[in-house]
Every structure is written in structure tokens, then in C-alpha cells.
Design a protein around this ligand. Structure first.
Ligand code: ZN
Length: 503
């Protein structure tokens, strides 16, 4: 009991006498020694009682001082909102009678603490730790450390404050509330080593694996409701509303685990002209049975045993557009994955499994990445160039030499009004876009292929057919013919992320 000093004696006596548990007593004595809190409850109680007895025998005068009748400042004004001794004498500690030889009669090993409602008692015991660990183990997560979080019912704050006011007013001490060791902090001091031992991994505040416990205490829920109505958090208000000790400790309502999200990135090729990037649902009805994100994610979800996923990519192609070349960068956030460790070889096998499962898509460079790295993919989306190949039809016959001039056009400026086909989901605006270069490939009198390198965000289909004059200039206007687009492929998305992996 070395951390305790003479100044603590009246606090210990006062709190123990009103049924506060020994660990809460230590908190109110601002004891910062973590080890001390881990001592068994009964042992702590005995030590505190011994500390008081020794003081009593050796320095009776000091003890007499604190054994005076309750300080008048604690008493409510008579008739104040019907407050009675009964509803303030428990929550606000009052001094025991002067002739009470054993100041700790109220705080017995089996009693529920009036301040923490059992959190620093029952819920610090091996039995509860076992229960938490069983829950963690049965959830079957992969983790190398854990962070423990506790949610306490709000009335514990009310009780904490009431006890603080009680000590302060009753003993007339200058007693900064901030000096009290926080309940959550003390609880973690006690529970961390036990959980760590039982789970076999260290506690780490930065761990992505969270074990959380939610405590409730329905019997005293009413206590904090008045806080919403009362602007002033005064002693009187607390005295009036905080009721006495209950016979039940808190309930551990929920014990839950959560693993921080894992991110997987790669590039995909899409070889189908009948496959949307994301599920295509109109008015609740599914239009096509699959999508790029589903073909990739279903394998990842199964392997990572995640709850859900979020798919993102560097731009997107229309359902009828293929993505060729090195493919389009994508990233998938796997939410609450149970499995998180994958070797390079395992990722390679996972990629192979995706590629074997469908001929509509292929993925490459599949790898684990960090959340922050995904930002690079999104940056690239606006800045970088894209290369396309378009199969074009013209109404009037063309000769080879009619289209060669397109090859000489550089940095062609377009004004694109929001295309009619996307007007339902994009605001109407005129956007200026650049066609950096073009290269034509004559096929026959009505067909040619055009390779284009463009600024990201250019609407290629509209550049070809003109979108009823909404894109100017367009291939039709340049050739002085009606032109339409028959096929479009993305040849490359020039974003240098994620890193290329060796095969
Ligand atoms: Zn307590």
C-alpha cells in the first residue's frame, strides 16, 4: 500500500463506508500504479482496511478528524425538490458515525460497488476474461495483437461525478476531478495482461483487431436521462437524481470482435461486351447476371472471410466496352476480414483461381496494399491519359486517303456537353477535354478503326457520333459524314499503380 499517503486516509474511509469497491477507492486516491489494481479484490479490501486501522492506532488524531459527522455542505436544503436523505446518502458518500470502529463495513467482497457497478469487480475476474476469450476464439480470427475497447453505460459518469462531489464537499479538499484515474483506464490495466495471457498475443493500442465489450445497467438507466434536460450539472441535480446502490452489477451486453479492413489491389481486363463493372440494377431489377466486381470479389470474400467489400477502380468502362492491354487498376476493401495474412504465393494462387473461374475477366498484379496507397489510384484517374480503340462506321463511302489527316491532328480540344445517356446521373455542363493523338486504320469503304490517346474523362462514343451536336468537334463533323461507333475497347489506363508484379 505504499502509494497511499496520509491525505488519502479520509477518502478511503469515506468511500469504503459507502460501498465503493477497493479499486475505485484507489482511483479516487489517484493511485497510478497499474500493478496494484491487479491484486485480487479481497486482498485489496483487506489492505485498505489495514491501512485505515494502522492509521487509526498510530495517528488517532488524524482519524478523529475524518470521523466527524457528515459535513453540512453536503446536506441538501430542507424541502429542496423533495430530496431526502435516502436518495442522497448512498450515491454521495457520507462519513460514517464517529464510533464506527470499522470504517469499511459497507464495502464487502460480495457487494456491488456504487461507483463502477461491478465493472472493477466481477468483470476483472478470470471467469469473465475466459468468457471474452472463448467468444474471441470461437469467432476464428487471424490476429497478432489486440486493442480492447470498453463501452460503459452513461450513468457511470453520473455516479463518478457524484462520488467526486461527495469527496470534495464532504472532506472539503481541493480535489481536481481530472486527477482521478479513469474507470476505463483502470479496467484496461487489469484486463489487458489477463486477455493477453489467455489470447497469447500482446495488447496494442494500434492493433487492427479490436475486442470490444459493451456494458449496460438497465436498472439505473434513468439516472442519466435528466442530464439531457438539465443544463447545469450541479451537485443538487445529481443528489436529486442518482439513486442508491443496486443489487445487480452491470451486464456485459455484447462481446464483439472486429478486424480492421484489408485492401487488395490489382488490374483487371474485361473481355466481354455484356458485362457491367458493378451490378446493373434498374428499378430493383437485375439486368445482367454478373459484374466485374462480383467476379473478382467473390473469391476474395471467401478467402479473407470478410463481412462485406467495397470496390473502387480508376474510372470505369461501359457495359459494352472491353478493357484490354494491361488492364484497369482496381482496389477492394474487405470489411472485417477473419483472415488477414496471405503470402505472395497464396495471393498468386488466389489470382489464378479468379482467372480460372471466368473467361470474361482476368486479373493481374493482385496484391495486398494499404488504405493510403489507394489514393494514388484515384489521383491518377483525373490526371492520366487513356488509350482507346474504336471501330467506326460511316454512312458515305470513304477512301484510305479520306481519313489519314486524322493522324496529324494533335491536342484536339473538345467541348463536351454532358452526354444524353448519362444526363440522368451527371449534372449538365460543358467540359473541355483533349484528344492528344489519333491513328486511323482503314478497313473498308464504310469502316475504319481509330486509336485514340485522350485525357481521362473524355467521352469517346460521343466524340465519334457527336451526340446530336453536343460534342464539338466530332468525327462526323471532321469527316463531313455521319459516323457511328460500333465497338470500343480501352487499350490502356495509364495509371502506374498498383506496382507491377513479376509473374
Ligand atoms: Zn468500483
Amino acid at each position: 500500500m505504499s502509494p497511499l499517503t496520509e491525505k488519502d486516509r479520509p477518502i478511503i474511509q469515506l468511500l469504503l463506508s459507502t460501498g465503493t469497491c477497493p479499486r475505485c477507492v484507489l482511483r479516487f486516491c489517484c493511485v497510478g500504479s497499474q500493478m496494484l489494481y491487479r491484486h485480487p479484490h479481497e486482498e485489496l479490501l483487506k489492505d485498505l482496511q489495514k491501512f485505515l486501522r494502522n492509521s487509526h492506532e498510530e495517528e488517532g488524531s488524524v482519524c478523529l478528524d475524518v470521523s466527524n459527522p457528515p459535513c453540512k455542505r453536503l446536506r441538501l436544503e430542507p424541502g429542496e425538490e423533495g430530496a431526502s436523505d435516502r436518495n442522497c446518502n448512498v450515491a454521495i458518500p457520507q462519513l460514517p458515525p464517529a464510533d464506527d470502529g470499522n470504517a469499511a463495513t459497507q464495502s464487502l467482497p460480495g457487494n456491488i460497488c456504487n461507483v463502477c457497478l461491478g465493472v472493477l469487480q466481477e468483470f476483472c475476474e478470470a471467469g469473465f476474461v475466459k468468457k471474452v476469450c472463448q467468444k474471441v476464439n470461437s469467432a476464428d480470427y487471424q490476429f497478432i495483437s489486440f486493442v480492447f475497447s470498453v463501452s460503459l453505460p452513461p450513468q457511470l459518469s453520473v455516479r463518478e461525478r457524484a462520488a467526486w462531489l461527495g469527496v470534495k464537499q464532504n472532506l472539503g479538499l481541493p480535489f481536481p476531478e481530472d486527477d482521478i484515474i479513469q474507470l476505463k483506464e483502470a479496467y484496461k490495466w487489469i484486463i489487458h495482461p489477463q486477455l493477453s495471457e489467455e489470447l497469447g498475443v500482446p495488447a496494442d493500442g494500434k492493433s487492427l483487431f479490436e475486442v470490444s465489450v459493451v456494458f449496460t445497467h438497465p436498472e439505473t438507466d434513468e439516472e442519466c436521462h435528466f442530464l439531457q434536460k438539465q443544463a447545469l450539472f450541479t451537485a443538487l441535480v445529481i443528489l436529486h437524481h442518482v439513486s442508491g446502490i443496486d443489487n445487480n452489477h452491470c451486464d456485459a451486453l455484447e462481446i464483439q470482435c472486429n478486424n480492421g479492413a484489408v485492401f487488395v489491389a490489382g488490374r483487371y481486363n474485361k473481355y466481354s461486351r455484356n458485362l457491367p463493372q458493378t451490378p446493373w440494377i434498374i428499378d430493383g431489377e437485375r439486368k445482367l447476371e454478373s459484374s466485374v466486381e462480383e467476379l473478382i470479389s467473390e473469391h476474395l470474400m471467401a478467402q479473407f472471410k470478410a463481412d462485406s467489400f467495397n470496390f473502387s477502380s480508376s474510372g470505369r468502362e461501359d457495359v459494352d466496352v472491353r478493357t484490354l492491354g494491361n488492364g484497369r487498376p482496381f482496389a477492394i476493401e474487405l470489411v472485417n476480414p477473419h483472415r488477414i495474412h496471405f503470402t505472395t504465393e497464396e495471393m498468386r494462387r488466389l489470382q489464378q483461381a479468379i482467372n480460372d473461374s471466368s473467361d470474361k475477366i482476368q486479373v493481374r498484379d493482385l496484391q495486398l496494399v494499404t488504405r493510403s496507397a489507394i489514393g494514388r489510384m484515384k489521383e491518377g484517374e483525373e490526371e492520366k491519359t487513356k488509350t482507346y480503340s474504336a471501330l467506326i462506321w460511316t454512312d458515305k463511302a470513304i477512301q484510305r486517303e479520306d481519313i489519314t489527316f486524322l493522324d496529324d491532328i494533335k491536342e484536339l480540344k473538345l467541348d463536351q456537353k454532358t452526354p444524353l445517356r448519362v444526363l440522368h446521373r451527371r449534372p449538365l455542363a460543358v467540359r473541355c477535354r483533349l484528344i492528344h493523338t489519333m491513328r486511323s486504320e482503314y478497313i473498308d469503304e464504310h469502316h475504319f478503326r481509330l486509336h485514340l490517346k485522350t485525357q481521362a474523362g473524355t467521352y469517346i462514343k460521343e466524340f465519334v457520333h457527336g451526340d446530336f451536336g453536343r460534342t464539338k468537334p466530332n468525327i462526323g463533323s471532321l469527316l463531313n459524314r455521319t459516323a457511328d461507333i460500333l465497338e470500343l475497347d480501352v487499350e490502356s489506363v495509364d495509371v502506374d499503380w498498383p506496382p507491377t508484379l513479376a509473374d
